[in-house]
Design a protein around this ligand. Structure first.
Ligand SMILES: Cc1cc2nc3c(=O)[nH]c(=O)nc-3n(C[C@H](O)[C@H](O)[C@H](O)COP(=O)(O)O)c2cc1C
Length: 221
């Protein structure tokens, strides 16, 4: 698969078939992604691959917290408290387009909530990946991590797999660390759903648009 094809074909997949992913395939995927660059070759990534019974136990715990209304305790600030333009409109368009694909109306808070809850089960994908970073590292490692995560998503396509990166999976970091026995010195950055795309699922027909290059680029010659 050409890199350009992978870049344009990658999309967030939010419904998966029940087909499991063989462990050697996950290992190969992470080996390939491990070629991502990082400042002074720090390679700050630490990945938990959660499947089977472990996944069921973990997702029940996370979804349980969310349903109880436990406040989100993401350990770093992903989004601003106050959204301003043009980001405000882009964020709104993203949510509205997904609900409209699913025929969920603006008023139907119950279905919107259930769609959101699926996040905590990694959209029922057979594999949930969780990404940790040592606290002694700094903001730069988040740059490195982004490259690693995108590398996973691109390499996955060549292996016939699909993904959805998920900040939602890092909303209850203490529950995750406790269940998987990770030290409190490691921040849970985000997670990812990994598996085979359910091509019949409506939610997967939704595609986001992109800005034209001219809107975010200035050439100085
Ligand atoms: C770091 C990161 C975290 C994300 N977290 C979530 C999430 O929690 N739930 C979700 O449904 N999508 C999540 N997304 C997916 C974005 O909504 C998606 O990438 C964006 O709308 C563009 O669509 P595309 O991935 O299909 O191109 C996340 C994406 C990134 C890069």
């Amino acid at each position: 698969m050409k890199v350009s094809s992978a870049l344009t074909a990658r999309k967030s997949v939010r419904a998966f078939t029940s087909q499991t992913v063989d462990k050697p395939l996950v290992q190969e995927l992470l080996r390939l992604a491990g070629h991502a660059p990082s400042g002074v070759n720090t390679q700050p990534w630490e990945v938990a691959v959660v499947t089977g019974e472990s996944k069921i136990r973990l997702q029940q715990a996370i979804e349980g917290e969310a349903r109880k209304g436990t406040p989100n305790s993401l350990e770093y600030k992903y989004y601003p408290d106050e959204w301003v333009e043009p980001f405000k409109s882009r964020r709104k368009a993203c949510g509205l387009a997904m609900f409209s694909t699913l025929n969920i109306t603006r008023e139907d808070k119950e279905r919107q909530r259930e769609q959101w809850m699926a996040n905590y089960r990694a959209f029922d994908a057979p594999v949930m990946l969780l990404f940790f970073v040592e606290d002694i590292l700094e903001t730069g490692s988040y740059l490195d991590y982004g490259m690693f995560i995108q590398s996973i998503m691109l390499a996955a396509l060549e292996l016939g797999l699909t993904t959805c990166p998920q900040a939602a999976l890092a909303e209850y970091p203490n529950v995750v660390r406790e269940q998987l026995n990770y030290s409190t010195s490691k921040t849970l950055i985000c997670g990812m759903a990994l598996g085979y795309e359910d091509k019949d699922a409506l939610v997967n027909s939704y595609r986001t648009d992109r800005l034209p290059v001219e809107e975010y680029t200035r050439f100085f010659e």
